[in-house]
Design a protein. Sequence first.
Length: 136
Amino acid sequence: MIHSIDVEITAPVYDTEVTDRVADGIANIFPPAEPTFRHGELTAEVHDLEHLSQLLHRQEILDTARGVFFDNRRGDSFSFRLNKQAAVEEVVNFVVDEPGELGAIAVQVTVSEPTVEEFIDYLAPPTEGGAPVDTD
């Protein structure tokens, strides 16, 4: 599937944190992100969520991911937040309530092509009994 997306990633970095560890967390989930540190936060931009999709499949959290993505859909984009500590371990852990004292990695995905719904179906396909269902 051809897709055109812009993914903006931001994460606050507090005095008690090691900037490189937060940067590693971002890069673990979103390679080839190259986070830049400015004004107390790291920012990065990527145009591919293939690794995130692989992690969602591997962790068997496709239904959870779909719920988060669809709940946070606005027009041609959707957003979500990830636990920083988990990201350092290359684990996807969605933050749905308060992000906690360290904040969260905030992700904004803008989809140019195909539609947002089609891209979410590609990223985290619908499942039946926990297994991805082929929608083609």
